[in-house]
Design a protein around this ligand. Structure first.
Ligand SMILES: Nc1nc2c(c(=O)[nH]1)N[C@H]1C(S)=C(S)[C@@H](COP(=O)(O)OP(=O)(O)OC[C@H]3O[C@@H](n4cnc5c(=O)[nH]c(N)nc54)[C@H](O)[C@@H]3O)O[C@H]1N2
Ligand SMILES: Nc1nc2c(c(=O)[nH]1)N[C@H]1C(S)=C(S)[C@@H](COP(=O)(O)OP(=O)(O)OC[C@H]3O[C@@H](n4cnc5c(=O)[nH]c(N)nc54)[C@H](O)[C@@H]3O)O[C@H]1N2
Ligand SMILES: [Mo]
Length: 680
């Protein structure tokens, strides 16, 4: 039976290598690839569920056109006629920028670039700036260190203090737990800082459960104690750090007493944390993405990262800031969140005119031209972007919508035409990662179902309909044959002395990748040093040059109308809104629930299984309660990714708000009230 090396392209830290066995056109088996030192154990349950997903009866395998309340299967000719007629009319009446080209994080790969190349040929389009995922943290890191790089995942074993700060690796990066285990066996101490006592926290010797959105003040108080106790590395500060003096001055006011009061954690825990930072080295901080989904979180991330600068814990084995490792992003001209900024000079073709965080609101408000059509690819914005009701309204107001999808998601259900998307086994591509430093091949191992076309071919056939010549299309789009796609990929690899044949042998370290990031202690910031004080924080974002603490916009300190924090983290058995529709996954997580602390539940007259109403000005959600002693009080937690059709779409409650820097989405800046549902 043929066996192939490939890799999982989902938006996940691990980006596992996998060996797949194919028989009679079906995926039979998925195994680990021990040569990938970051993920030697192989795929998680989601990865294994590909044997179901690739052949799922729910998969969209024909173009669909809306008819009445549902959809009918049509031929490609009919679908393309319909699309080209609508788009041509809209382009004629309103210009090409009346079309929104929206992409999400559904799959990694170099071929994703073909979409924008096509819309340029169309004459242009509108796109969104920002990103739902991680930009506040990326920007905070860029401002401080100059680049987003970190030590290789397996270097964690060299750390003696590991601080998981707002990351739940046991669910979102399972492979990291094996590297943590190695560190623990080498004697490492583990700290977890998270309002929830997560699975990751089971490995911790010290747990802090702060009020959501207040981590910054904890970090500032730790800095205060490090200076007070003379536990900072004065030599490192003098040589490699900008602004240490101003920082010392600034943190004077952040006493542990004050921080304990604001963050609502014991003062002694803050002191213990400072003592660990001051004495147990090397230190790796593993900051998560969950913590940077607040309106104050860029500054929060800067203040946490500062602790490594103060203690000289950067640029050596076992030390550093394991946020995002963009060492594999070698194919892009820029590797950093600058990718997410609207361009300084509009090019008149692609209008980068909408904030991803405010998708619905901005779609509705856009003028000259107003939006009339949308093309959605690799994303499920209706449940996943903030303010689901407004996103829905904005999509419904359009004249025409196309969604390219594998499954009939909440977003696909709003389309006029749904085009079937290829899956990860049906076209060869090259993928990077944002945790480990490997480039990997994502191999074509299956023929797509007869009526499924990869995006490259969708665009080619639409291009023909729109009257573009074969030459023009060939210059912009890889393909049409698999061999031609490979030639296109080879051209991308060639400048680095690499080929697909190399990647077929196993995961390849990205050119220039360093096992220990910043080992030369050179930082590509304006000053060449680690910047604790950042002019760009002020000039670009209008923020304080020092990361002083500010309350999140939605806070119990401002109003007690909605007393609960709404936490919507990621969960083990899904990647955002993907996988939840599969039998394999449903067996583990059949339906959405909302976690509450038992004492809060008791006060509300709620017991396990009681239907509760979670609500605020923006919307409401009805879910059965589950009681969790490990959750901080006054928090209610529902993992994101459930569909509207599952009854658990969490973004009906969030507001479309940007983070303080980087154009991220402040999903967790979200206060709600909870009550026993009337119908319960
Ligand atoms: N299984 C699985 N893995 C995934 C994903 C997935 O959906 N499923 N998604 C991938 C992607 S795209 C992402 S962005 C990452 C995200 O994965 P993580 O980086 O782990 O981020 P989240 O799950 O958003 O949040 C992590 C933790 O932050 C906590 N948190 C929330 N607010 C605060 C706060 O104010 N302070 C602190 N200290 N903690 C807080 C939450 O309780 C949660 O446990 O995971 C990736 N990996
Ligand atoms: N409240 C709240 N909301 C959140 C978050 C949160 O923490 N809280 N997290 C946010 C984060 S970190 C992220 S990354 C986003 C994720 O949100 P999205 O970027 O929208 O990602 P997914 O939900 O994974 O949806 C991706 C879709 O792409 C489709 N797809 C997969 N492969 C292909 C392909 O090859 N071609 C095409 N055309 N389609 C494909 C999948 O079927 C799936 O429906 O959600 C965000 N939303
Ligand atoms: Mo994400």
């Amino acid at each position: 039976m043929p066996v192939f090396l490939t890799a999982c392209p989902r938006n996940c830290y691990s980006t596992c290598a996998m060996r797949v066995t194919v028989e009679d056109g079906r995926l039979r088996r998925i195994e680990n690839v021990s040569e990938n030192l970051a993920t030697p154990e192989g795929p998680c349950l989601k990865g294994l569920s590909y044997v179901e997903r690739a052949h799922s009866p729910d998969r969209i395998t024909h173009p669909l056109v809306r008819s009445g309340q549902g959809f009918s299967e049509v031929t490609w000719d009919e679908a393309l006629d319909r699309i080209s007629a609508s788009l041509t009319r809209i382009r004629q009446e309103h210009g090409p920028q009346a079309l929104l080209y929206y992409t999400g994080s559904g799959t990694k790969g170099l071929l994703n670039a073909c979409g924008l190349a096509f819309w340029r040929l169309f004459g242009g389009c509108t796109t969104a700036y920002g990103d739902l995922c991680w930009p506040a943290g990326l920007e905070a890191t860029r401002l401080t260190l100059g680049a987003n790089e970190h030590n290789a995942p397996w270097d964690l074993q060299n750390a003696r203090l590991v601080v998981f700060w707002g990351k739940n690796a046991a669910e979102t990066n399972v492979h990291q737990m094996a590297h943590l285990q190695a560190a623990i066996e080498n004697g490492a101490r583990v700290v977890v800082i998270d309002p929830r006592r997560t699975e990751t926290a089971q490995r911790a010797g010290l747990i802090l459960q702060p009020r959501p959105g207040t981590d910054g003040v904890i970090a500032l108080a730790v800095a205060h104690l490090l200076f007070r106790g003379n536990l900072v590395d004065r030599d490192f500060l003098a040589t490699h750090v900008l602004g240490a003096g101003a920082y010392e001055e600034m943190v004077r006011e952040y006493t542990p007493e004050r921080a304990a009061q604001i963050a609502e954690v014991p003062r002694r825990s803050i002191e213990k944390l400072a003592q660990l930072f001051g004495t147990v080295h090397p230190i790796t901080i593993v900051p998560g993405f969950g913590m940077q989904r607040f309106t104050n979180s860029g500054q929060t991330m800067r203040s946490i990262l500062a602790l490594l600068a103060l203690t000289g814990q950067i640029g050596k084995p076992g030390a550093g800031w394991m946020y995002a490792n963009l060492q594999t992003a070698v194919f892009h001209p820029v590797k950093d969140p600058i990718d997410f900024y609207p361009p300084e000079k509009p090019d008149g073709v692609v209008r980068v005119g909408i904030s991803t965080a405010r998708l619905g609101r901005d779609m509705l408000a856009l003028k000259d031209p107003a939006l009339k059509a949308a093309w959605v690819e690799r994303g499920n914005p209706i449940p996943q972007n903030p303010e689901t009701p407004l996103v829905l309204e904005a999509f419904r107001k359009l004249e025409f919508r196309v969604v390219v999808e594998e499954f009939l998601t909440d977003t696909a259900r709003e389309a006029d035409v749904v085009l079937p998307a290829k899956n990860l086994f049906e076209q060869t591509d090259v993928i990077g990662a944002y945790w480990h430093p490997y480039l990997q091949i994502r191999e074509k191992v299956l023929e797509p179902p007869p009526e499924v076309r990869p995006e490259t071919e969708i665009y080619r056939s639409l291009g023909r309909r729109l009257g573009l010549s074969e030459d023009v299309l060939a210059a912009a789009l890889p393909g049409p044959s698999d061999a031609a796609v490979e030639v296109w990929l080879e051209k991308k690899l060639e400048p680095f002395g690499l080929s697909l044949a190399d990647l077929r042998k196993g995961p390849v370290l990205a050119p220039g990748a360093r096992e220990v990031a910043f080992s030369d202690l050179r930082f590509p910031t304006p000053s060449g040093k680690i910047e604790l004080i950042s002019e760009e924080a002020r000039t670009r974002w209008g923020l304080d040059e020092l990361p002083r603490y500010t309350e999140p916009v939605e806070s119990p300190k401002r109003s007690d109308r909605y007393p609960f924090h709404f936490l919507t983290p990621n969960t083990k058995n899904r990647i955002h809104s993907q996988f939840g529709n599969l039998e394999t996954i449903r067996r583990m997580a059949p339906a959405p629930t909302a976690a509450l602390h038992p004492e809060d539940a008791a006060a509300l007259g709620v017991t396990e299984g009681t239907r509760i109403r979670i609500f605020n000005d923006r919307g409401e959600l009805f879910l059965p309660a589950v009681l969790d002693w490990g959750l901080r009080r006054r928090c209610v937690c529902v993992p994101n990714g459930w569909w509207i059709t599952d009854g658990g779409a969490v973004n009906v409650l969030s507001e479309g708000r940007e983070t303080d820097m980087g154009f991220g989405a402040a999903f967790h800046d979200n206060m709600v009230a909870v009550e026993k549902a009337a119908s319960a």
